[in-house]
Design a protein around this ligand. Structure first.
Ligand code: GDP
Ligand code: GDP
Length: 436
């Protein structure tokens, strides 16, 4: 299970700067649409040996007069309830402040590893000023410069010493893992009960349970599935209201282990920002996504209600045009039986392998129908296409000028692949490479 690292500390010490510094560099992989919301406060860091989930608590800072107090309270709750490891960041320019001492005291009471960072140590001069912080009574500090990257390697080296290696568990053949995610009260538990109670589903006893979710094995049409249920563990009493807004972390962890994500929306609420953030993560991870609009029994409907909802979803999730949309009611059971048949369709596409000969025939056809524009005075040529992966279907196209293929042409090709090979409900990735 992936570990969660939260960066806490006073406002303006540099938490967001470190967060952005640690995020992975974008790979030159073309996805369906660029510019997934960058306004992210949690992300998986994959640049180092062991991946981990990073939370920037600075991104959630409340704007108010008691900002500092509120923030400290929220961060401490977050640290207690969600994080496995904590980076407590301080600022060498301000020296040790009473708020730093307060936060450190709070962190000492919870039994989790804490790394104490002194930020803005941009050079040797500031390094000397860190002596100030020893009065906290802490053995080890990490002098860093989030902005310039100084000290980050030492920090990550020590972090990796305590991160358990993510086990390379061999994946059972043919098992399809689906995660049910969504905000509290959208009806996840009700849907899970309906799904597992459905007559053709043969559910086995709980097979794997984590702090964040319950796994259930079941068989449907001779196919094995694992349902990763994030609502399964009733968090009432444990989770506080303020931490609720961080609960996307639970969804992130579940999506990490899933192939297909069922994202439950509430017909009454439409699409919220948190839904977007969670869907953006699914998209970046290349997960297949099905949007399930629950409580469809509630709205007063006329002949435009569904159309309006669909337009709203398409507008908000514009980088996910492929995600199928279902309208259900867990309460009445209406159309709940469509969920598994949709999962079957999506799984088929997600795992699809296209024979190389067909791929190359297709590529030739797409390029002759609509040739790429010139790169300067050079003609862009495609030599060969191969499927590099499934889940999601990923194709590598070899070309003389992989760096010069215009974005609009990349989109054209993605759309051709989708249409020709019936991959219209899942993410599809293209990679452009030089002639190996
Ligand atoms: P947050 O409120 O804790 O998330 O802080 P930010 O990341 O927004 O940073 C606050 C300010 O400190 C910004 O103006 C940053 O440019 C600056 N800053 C962050 N890291 C460093 C650093 O390593 N050195 C210096 N000199 N400034 C930094
Ligand atoms: P979770 O927190 O996402 O697991 O949501 P629950 O399954 O606990 O449902 C939250 C509330 O919404 C409960 O009171 C349910 O009875 C209600 N609910 C769930 N599904 C539906 C639905 O399809 N229609 C209506 N009207 N209410 C529903």
């Amino acid at each position: 299970m992936i570990k969660t690292v939260a960066i806490v500390g006073r406002p303006n010490v540099g938490k967001s700067t470190l967060f952005n510094k640690l995020l992975k560099k974008r790979k030159a992989i073309v996805e369906d649409f660029p510019g997934v919301t960058r306004d992210r406060h949690y992300a998986e860091v994959t640049r180092f040996l062991t991946p981990f989930l990073l939370i920037d608590t600075g991104g959630f800072e409340p704007i108010s007069e008691d900002r500092l107090l509120i923030q400290m309270r929220e961060q401490s709750q977050l640290a207690v309830e969600e994080a496995d490891i904590i980076f407590h960041m301080m600022d060498v320019k301000d020296g040790l402040t009473p708020a730093d001492i307060e936060i450190a005291k709070m962190l000492r009471q919870i039994n989790k590893p804490v790394f104490f960072l002194v930020n803005k140590v941009d050079g040797d001069k500031q390094e000397l000023d860190t002596v100030d912080f020893y009065s906290l009574g802490i053995d080890k500090f990490y002098p860093v410069s989030a902005e310039h990257g100084r000290g980050i390697t030492d920090l990550i080296d020590d972090l990796e010493k305590i991160l358990p290696p993510v086990p390379e568990k061999p994946e059972p053949e043919n098992e399809i893992r689906m995660a049910i995610v969504g905000r509290p009260n959208v009806g996840k538990s009700s849907l899970v009960n309906r799904l597992l109670g459905y007559e053709r589903v043969v559910a086995n006893p709980v097979s794997g349970t984590t702090r964040d979710s319950i796994d259930t094995d079941f068989t449907y049409n001779q196919q094995r599935y694992v349902l990763i249920d994030t609502a399964g563990i009733r968090r009432k009493g444990r989770i506080s209201q303020t931490v609720e807004k961080y609960s996307a972390v639970t969804a992130l962890k579940a999506m990490d282990r899933a192939h297909i994500v069922l994202m439950v929306l509430d017909a009454a609420d439409g699409v919220t920002d948190q839904d977007l953030a969670v869907a953006g993560y699914a998209y970046e991870k290349g997960r297949a996504l099905i949007l399930v609009v629950n409580k469809w029994d509630l709205p007063e409907k006329d002949d435009q209600t569904m159309g309006k909802f669909i337009s709203e979803v398409q507008r908000r999730f514009k980088y996910l045009p492929f995600a199928p949309l279902l309208f259900v009611s867990a309460l009445t059971g209406q159309r709940v039986n469509k969920i598994m048949s949709k999962v079957e369709e999506v799984a088929l596409e997600f795992n699809k392998r296209i024979p190389t000969a067909k791929l190359n025939q297709g590529l030739e056809e797409f390029v002759s129908k609509h040739p790429p524009s010139m790169a300067g005075d050079q003609r862009i040529k495609f030599y060969y296409a191969a499927q590099a992966a499934v889940r999601p279907p990923t194709f590598v196209l070899f070309s003389n000028r992989p760096d010069k293929i215009h974005f609009s042409y990349q989109r054209y090709l993605v759309n051709c692949f989708r249409e020709k090979f019936n991959l219209d409900q899942v993410p599809v990735r293209l990679e452009f490479k030089g002639r190996g």
